[in-house]
Design a protein around this ligand. Sequence first.
Ligand SMILES: [Ca+2]
Length: 357
Amino acid sequence: MTGFPRSRSKTGRPGYKSRISDTGVHAVVNKMPKISCNSLFLVISLLLSFSLSTSAQYSSNDYLKREHSLTRPFQGVGMNLPFWDFLGDTFVTSNYIRLTPDLQSKSGAIWNQVPCNSKNWEVHVSFKVHGKGNLFGDGFAVWYAKDRMASGSVFGSKDLFSGLAIILDTYSNQNGPHNHQHPYVSAMVNNGSLSYDHDRDGTHTELAGCEVRFRNTDYDTIIRIRYENDILNVSTDFENKAEWKNCFTVTGVRLPTGYFFGLSANTGDLSDNHDILSFKFYDLDPITDHSDHSDRRNIIPSALTFEPPRERSEDPKPSMSNVKIFFIILFGMIFAVAITIFGIAYYKEKNAKKRFY
Ligand SMILES: [Ca+2]
């Protein structure tokens, strides 16, 4: 587990760092009631300089970019939000963006209008998935994809996509043996040739994943997606601890610049409210990087573990159900009884005819 790395007030998560500093100041002041003004000034100066030096550790250009971010209160006119477009059943209030309501057969998305030209980045998505049912679905996905505003079957977005999908799957579609529980967070990198297999919860195309619990919590749940130097790391704060819990890290992930961020969700027979509370994008590229002149615009999305097409292992054929066996035996018995009755009747009739001759 690692703590939230940011300390600058306008970036990251204001409150976490400052809360610690405030407590520290109060503790120091309470323990020194008779301290002189000069000494108090010295202590405060020392604390401030410590705080500034801590900030200096994060003095790279990892700042929040407004054109790729969404923060509350959402201020737009009607369905308009600066830099973002809506699709399908998604709607916005001042406090949340509801990708889908807790109703059957809904699908919606929100897509950033501005292509991402940063090579290295980090995204924090604060969300709430909640609903009334004991059975619920299907979940939502965070996209970094070539094609924006394309609705489809993969959590509200198109299949055979190019780019990266981080999938937060709440419903287990796969019958039979499963190697993990739901909800489940997984990553998929696609060059446009792979189809997401809902019936198998995408198990055959995922890079990595982890089991999580984020549904119907009293607090906001946050997922962090960090992409730096071809390493993809996904971590979560689903327990309201203000620290990141590692979900998975995948090396050798190649993604181009110029793709779009999006969020989408869908419901089927089962449903949930899929609410986005904030989307914060941090640019991790150094301000001046003289070493990296590579043009990443034309990279085809790939990962070291990317082996298209992956072997698709079929589920074992389901054995005959007990109901089927019961009816087969029943019809067999009825047939046997019918044959016996018919046989006896035929025999009696034959014997009766014999007596007449
Ligand atoms: Ca599923």
